[in-house]
Design a protein around this ligand. Structure first.
Ligand SMILES: NC(=O)c1ccc[n+]([C@@H]2O[C@H](COP(=O)([O-])OP(=O)(O)OC[C@H]3O[C@@H](n4cnc5c(N)ncnc54)[C@H](O)[C@@H]3O)[C@@H](O)[C@H]2O)c1
Ligand SMILES: O=C(O)C[C@H](O)C(=O)O
Ligand SMILES: [Mg+2]
Length: 610
């Protein structure tokens, strides 16, 4: 794989330097947009509303004369006005508790989202590094926790256990003819915050904001969905203001029947869905059940796996070793849930692929812990997905590492190259554990604290560089600031979040017209991400690109996914571009094709058709 990564990486760099960045508008004169509405109905529709930027001719044409103040502002002026208010808010809330500031920022953005989508997404795209933490992790976690109190307007669709038998007709209540991307949760495991019931809808909303900002999915064609089958969160059940079904979660066949009906209903109208933040048992069950029947993937299992794999390969490069040495890296994973097992499965697959090329035999390179400590074959009632990684009693085992051993014991004895956390428990990579990582067999011990939101991160970058040393490599699921190490040196706080992959996987699947999303398509996306970072950056401890380049990355990941779909004969083409044409595109032409199809927020002239 390394050769293909290196080749791809040089092509990607060439493309970056020679072609226009996919972040900007591709046509200077936007195509007109036909609207069926007039007057106030347009002003109240965030998809068409331009606020004070409606030109006079359009105000006449659309019955808006007199409904707006007379001065016509430009898009740029509106943009500046919003950014100024946002910066004032930052200034005025300085010194307030973090959660107050975060929610104030979310509110001002959410109000813009509700009012004027074009301006909202331009603000988001141009300031993605600053704003991703507001619309996505960590603030999205806070928003979900407080959703019932924050609720002002609905967004997306709410399917519940009480809608059984009605979903097929309900799906036609959604006003848009076409939907390209659906993100759905059942609210059962929201980030590391547990069961938040209906309030989990904040996650599909936040993820779809990223689909628009990073992948250029048209915001008129996205659909956030919550499937509310109740909640087992006692606090919510007792809360009078809770907006979801006040009943315990459906389980077993009753649960599956609701999700099955939703999938059939949604599929009757639109093709693509992404599953997000389902508790482990349902994450795996629904993935197995639907992945070959529908064009869907589970982002926590599969998106996370690809991002982690890119990081793990980066950690090998940082040690100055050939990629093949990945097969002998010792990896300790804290968390045997949907994300942890997803990562382990993909990493194991990658190791097997590498070993198959040289005909070598591999060993179990993973030590996995859950809330009861190290998982061994002595563990009773092991989930089959987890059992694959349980430690045994063979000659390759480290003596004395018993069932249920603590994290610090495991790290001390294994001396892993990588310590990866997907436990949802904040702070478990404590001083003792990190000091044990100092004895790692790697010259660049890597610590991935991937749990979200920030409060659930297994450790902070400060702790890592202090206790493990300056040569350590750090990545986290939620954003942290880099650490100044003195002597002008920087300890990089990478963000290892599935946001680097899910937009590209979705976009690639859409633009290839893939019937379903295969392992090869996912692997191609992960390899593309891994190749994005140069050797110089890797040496500095940079494993993932800046969030500000997410649109560039997504165009390339999307193209890699398209090409993998074509290679596997899964691509049926999209709109006027058929499978044959997709197959004849070179790598750079595929990137251009993907970039060309990314929506970009500019005001289109509106033409009334009523
Ligand atoms: N960075 C990313 O892109 C990304 C992607 C997906 C999930 N996540 C995060 O990963 C976390 C877990 O997600 P999930 O879907 O796997 O959840 P899950 O509930 O399915 O799994 C959590 C696992 O952690 C284990 N665990 C609990 N306490 C532990 C401890 N003290 N030590 C070791 N293991 C412990 C549990 O037993 C379980 O196996 C969440 O915080 C989520 O936000 C991050
Ligand atoms: O939502 C995120 O930030 C990443 C991931 O999907 C998670 O569940 O934590
Ligand atoms: Mg998730």
């Amino acid at each position: 794989m390394w050769r293909s990564v290196a080749r791809r990486s040089s092509q990607v760099r060439r493309l970056l330097s020679t072609s226009a960045p996919p972040a900007g508008p591709l046509a200077t004169v936007p195509a007109p947009c036909i609207v069926q509405k007039r007057g106030n109905d347009i002003l109240n529709d965030p998809w068409y509303n331009k606020d004070t930027a409606f030109p006079l001719t359009e105000r006449d044409r659309l019955g808006l004369r007199g409904l707006l103040p007379p001065r016509v502002m430009s898009f740029e002026q509106q943009y500046e006005r919003f950014i100024n208010s946002y910066r004032s808010l930052e200034k005025n809330t300085r010194g307030e508790p973090d959660s107050i500031v975060a929610l104030a920022k979310w509110r001002i953005l959410n109000r813009l989202h509700d009012r004027n989508e074009t301006l909202y997404f331009r603000v988001l795209i141009d300031n993605i590094k600053d704003l991703a933490p507001v619309i996505y992790t960590p603030t999205v976690g806070l928003v979900c926790e407080n959703y019932s109190g924050l609720f002002r307007r609905p967004r997306g669709m709410y399917f519940t256990a009480k809608d059984k038998g009605e979903m097929m007709s309900m799906i036609y209540n959604w006003p848009q003819e076409k939907v390209d991307m659906i993100v759905v949760t059942d609210g059962s495991r929201i980030l590391g915050l547990g069961d938040l019931g209906v309030q989990g809808i904040g996650i599909p909303i936040g993820k779809l904001d990223l689909y628009v900002a990073a992948a250029g999915i048209n915001p008129q064609k996205v659909l956030p969905v919550i499937i509310d089958v109740g909640t087992n969160n006692e606090k919510l059940l007792e809360d009078n203001l809770y907006l979801g079904l006040r009943q315990p979660r459906l389980e077993g066949e009753e649960y599956m029947a609701v999700v099955d009906e939703f999938m059939e209903a949604v599929h009757a109208r639109w093709p693509q869905a992404v599953f997000e933040d389902f508790q482990m048992k349902w994450a795996f069950e629904t993935l197995e059940r639907y992945r070959n029947r529908f064009c869907m993937f589970n982002d926590d299992v599969q998106g996370t796996a690809g991002v982690a794999l890119a990081g793990l390969l980066g950690a090998v490069r940082a040690q100055g070793r050939p990629l093949h040495d990945f097969t002998s890296q010792k990896i300790v994973v804290a968390g045997a849930g949907s994300a942890g097992i997803g990562v382990l499965s993909m990493a194991k697959q990658e190791m097997s692929r590498m070993l198959a090329k040289t005909g070598e035999e591999g060993h179990n390179q993973f030590w996995v812990l859950d809330k009861n400590g190290l998982i061994t074959k002595d563990r009773k009632d092991l989930d089959p997905a987890v059992a694959n990684f349980a430690r045994g009693h063979g000659p390759n085992e480290i003596p004395d590492l018993h069932e249920g051993a603590s994290l610090v014991e495991v790290v001390r004895k294994v001396k892993p190259h990588v310590l990866l956390g997907l436990s949802g428990v904040g702070g478990i990579f404590n001083e003792e554990v990190l000091k044990a990582m100092k004895e790692s067999d790697s010259p660049r011990p890597a610590i991935f604290a991937m749990s979200n939101p920030t409060t659930k991160a297994e450790c902070t970058p400060e702790d890592v560089f202090k206790h493990v040393g300056e040569n350590a490599i750090f990545a986290s699921g939620s954003p942290f600031s880099n650490v100044s190490l003195g002597n002008g040196k920087t300890g990089y706080a990478n963000q290892a979040n599935n946001m680097y992959l899910f937009p590209g996987i979705g976009l690639g699947a859409l633009l290839s017209g893939a019937r379903h999303i295969s392992d090869d398509m996912l692997q191609a996306g992960a390899e593309c991400l891994a190749s994005y970072i140069t050797d110089d950056e890797i040496q500095k401890g940079i494993l993932f690109p800046e969030v500000s380049s997410i649109r560039h990355i997504t165009a390339r990941v999307g193209a890699a996914v398209v090409r993998a779909a074509v290679a596997e004969d899964l691509a049926e083409g999209c709109r006027t571009v058929g499978p044959k044409e997709l197959g004849s595109m070179s790598e750079s032409q595929t990137v251009e094709y993907v970039a060309r199809n990314m929506w970009y927020p500019i005001y289109s002239p509106l033409v009334n058709n009523k």
